[in-house]
Design a protein around this ligand. Structure first.
Ligand code: CA2
Length: 153
C-alpha cells in the first residue's frame, strides 16, 4: 500500500478559527479527516503533520525518506522563504505535490514565488480545502503510474 506524508506549515493550525474570508471555515482537523476518508477510498495510507517550526518540518521531510512514497505539502509562508524546505525535498527525492488553499498568484507579489515549486511534481492552489484533495489524487495517480505494482487493481 502507498504511504503519503501530509505536511502543513506555519499557522495552518488556525484554520477555521481566524480569517475565514481568506482561508475558509474548515478546520485543519476537518481537512485531515477528509484526507483520511479519501485515502481510504483510494486504498492508500496518509499520515498528517503540522508544525509552526521550520526545523520540525525539515525533520518530518527527512523522516519520510525510506518509509513514505510521496509528500503532500502546504508549506504556508515558508513557501516563499525556505531554502531549507526546498533542500530537504530535493535531498529525499520523494515525489512531492505542493498545495495552497488560496491562489498565491493572485495575491501580494511576495507570495508569487515558491522556493519549493521547482523541486515539486506540481502545484495546486486556489481551491480552498479542495486543493488538498486534488493534490492527493494527483500524487496517488502519479505514484501508481510510476509503479504499476503499487496499484490495488
Ligand atoms: O494559501 C495557502 O495555503 C498559503 O500556504 C497559506 C499561508 C500563506 O502564507 C501562503 O502564502 C499561502 C498562510 C497560512 C495561514 O493560515 C491561517 C489560517 C487561519 C488564520 C490565519 C492564518
Amino acid at each position: 500500500m502507498l504511504h503519503i506524508q501530509v505536511i502543513h506549515g506555519p499557522n495552518l493550525n488556525l484554520l477555521g478559527l481566524r480569517e475565514p474570508e481568506i482561508y475558509g471555515s474548515q478546520t485543519l482537523e476537518g481537512i485531515n479527516q477528509a484526507l483520511q476518508n479519501s485515502a481510504q477510498q483510494l486504498g492508500v495510507a496518509v499520515d498528517c503533520f503540522q508544525s509552526n517550526s521550520e526545523g520540525a518540518l525539515v525533520d518530518c521531510i527527512q523522516a519520510a525518506w525510506g518509509g513514505k512514497d510521496g509528500i503532500l505539502i502546504n508549506p504556508g509562508a515558508y513557501t516563499h522563504t525556505s531554502i531549507a524546505l526546498r533542500d530537504a525535498i530535493a535531498a529525499v527525492g520523494l515525489p512531492t505535490v505542493e498545495v495552497h488553499l488560496s491562489n498565491i498568484h493572485r495575491r501580494e507579489p511576495f507570495r508569487h514565488q515558491s522556493y519549493l515549486a521547482p523541486v515539486a511534481l506540481g502545484q495546486i492552489c486556489g481551491f480552498g480545502a479542495q486543493s488538498y484533495q486534488l493534490g492527493l489524487q494527483a500524487l496517488v495517480q502519479y505514484l501508481r503510474s510510476a509503479d504499476p505494482a503499487s496499484s490495488p487493481r
